[in-house]
Design a protein around this ligand. Structure first.
Ligand SMILES: *[C@@H]1O[C@H](CO)[C@@H](O)[C@H](O)[C@H]1NC(C)=O
Ligand SMILES: *[C@@H]1O[C@H](CO)[C@@H](O)[C@H](O)[C@H]1NC(C)=O
Length: 469
């Protein structure tokens, strides 16, 4: 709705939106500025997003990070194909781990073992993996030619798409069942339901801890250390609830992270070999994939045209959705998030060539669309993207993490997590522990490539700018 309404508040199938739509009776699609018809979305994507050569992220971000981002965000970004744009199937609107447990109770029940709180699993070559859809009959999205005995069943229906997603699904499934074992030792009298529910809360806590202290820590490039401590908010007014916004969904299309090929041990795989590959995860095992993904550079997101041609259609879809929803201009969002609007395309990109092409298509900087603005904005020094991605993304992200009910004074105590041991699991969680407590041999595991990013920045500083001369 372009106005405040009870329906859009109370019906949680709607995403929220930060700014109202451009009114339909405005002179131009972006309001009063710009051309009477916006440039073709495919043309915009080809001109400004299409990768000619791979630009590695200067912060050293790797594929382990890229797949974490995709896995994590697809619990709350689930645009409903059936109901249309502006609707979501992820009714928890945040970190509810619907991607592990399903977005509804029926699906959750199919995925549960109903013994000791655990999720169903299968054992292959002595290792634990998600069950097939034969054992856990839930709908998964796979190409028709893939037989049911090859289709793995997890909370999120799209995770068969990439071995990197199924790898994370496997790690978290092992973690859930591991936590159930620990809880049962402490509470031998607890029934399946209480073990399951408490393990889920622990995994939600672990997720938030890892997202803040490993994931956001890496993304920020900060030298100061971030800390997940909900008690920081206990003294101030804060509402423990969250609603996912369409603008957050638009902003989080970070497909430039994806490489040209996927390198595992001494093999290189194309998109055609990697996408919907149902054997790769078990061929290599979790350790080898974690190691490979942690060592492979991801692409820089903003400031360079860096989307692989196979993924360009996704970006085109983002632009088309923003037009259907009549999102306001990039500059209007800059203002809404406390930034000065750009006064020229040159100021936005920090150069002339792309700026001139943008100006030819959009005519006025105030008519530039939201997602294109985020991607073409000059990146900050040695950074993965520009100022706007940070200033707009961070508030959405922090509210989504700290607005979780487990962070509220009512929940944030040991008993919520089954006692001191469970609380300790939350308060000491890390990416490294998540992986290494669930595999036999601990691989190289991080969100940046060895020696990449911060190390490189520190080295450059120690050297000093004149040393290069
Ligand atoms: C939410 O809105 C959609 C679209 O109008 C509708 O189909 C759905 O039934 C509504 N949900 C509820 C719980 O009212
Ligand atoms: C899937 O990956 C394996 C390596 O694990 C490879 O041998 C196989 O060719 C790939 N499948 C397809 C269809 O490309």
């Amino acid at each position: 709705h372009g106005y405040i309404s009870w329906e859009s508040y109370a019906n949680v199938s709607y995403f929220t939106r930060v700014l109202p739509p451009v009114p339909t009776d405005c002179p131009t699609p972006m309001g009063t500025k710009g051309p009477p018809q916006l440039p073709d979305a495919q043309l915009v994507a080809e001109e400004f997003f299409l990768r000619k050569k791979f630009h590695p992220d200067p912060q050293g971000t790797n594929l382990m990070f890229a797949f974490f981002a995709q896995h994590f965000t697809h619990q709350f970004f689930k645009t409903s194909g059936k109901m249309g744009h502006g609707f979501t199937r992820a009714l928890g609107h945040g970190v509810d781990l619907g991607h592990l447990y399903g977005d509804n109770l029926e699906r959750q029940h199919e995925l549960r073992l109903f013994r000791d709180g655990k999720l169903k699993y299968q054992v292959v070559k002595g290792e634990i993996y998600p069950p097939t859809v034969l054992d856990a009959p839930v709908h998964m999205i796979y190409p028709k030619h893939i037989p049911a005995e090859k289709q793995l069943a997890v909370g999120q229906e799209v995770f068969g798409l990439l071995p990197g997603l199924m790898m994370y699904a496997t790690i978290w499934l092992r973690e859930h069942n591991r936590v159930c074992d620990l809880l049962k030792q402490i509470h031998p009298t607890w029934d399946d339901e209480q073990l399951f529910q408490t393990a889920r809360l622990i995994l939600i806590g672990e997720t938030i801890k890892i997202v803040i202290e490993d994931y956001v820590q890496h993304l920020s490039g900060y030298f100061l250390q971030l800390k997940f401590d909900p008690e920081l908010l206990f003294g101030v007014q804060f509402q423990y609830r969250n609603r996912i916004a369409v603008e957050f969904n638009q902003l989080y299309h970070w497909h430039p992270l994806m490489p040209d090929t996927f390198k595992i041990q001494d093999q290189e795989y194309s998109y055609n070999q990697f996408v919907y590959n149902t054997t790769m995860l078990m061929d290599y095992g979790v350790e080898a994939l974690v190691d490979a993904f942690s060592r492979q550079q991801a692409g820089q997101i903003g400031g360079v045209p860096n989307i692989h041609k196979q993924l360009l259609k996704v970006a085109i879809g983002v632009i088309e959705e923003s037009r259907l929803l009549r999102l306001q201009s990039f500059n209007e969002y800059r203002k809404r998030f406390g930034m000065k609007p750009y006064t020229s395309f040159q100021e936005l990109t920090g150069e002339e060539e792309t700026a001139a092409k943008l100006e030819a298509l959009y005519r006025d900087i105030d008519a530039l669309e939201f997602y294109p603005g985020l991607l073409v904005e000059k990146s900050q020094h040695n950074s993965i993207f520009g100022e706007s991605m940070v200033e707009i993304g961070a508030p959405f992200s922090l509210k989504g993490l700290f607005g979780n009910p487990i962070c509220s004074p009512e929940y944030w105590k040991p008993s919520t997590f089954g006692g001191d041991a469970g609380f300790q699991l939350v308060n000491t969680a890390s990416l490294q522990k998540l992986v290494c407590l669930n595999v036999k041999r601990c691989p190289y595991v991080a969100f940046r490539v060895p020696g990449g990013g911060e190390d490189a920045v520190v080295l450059a500083k120690e050297k000093g700018p004149l040393d290069e001369l």
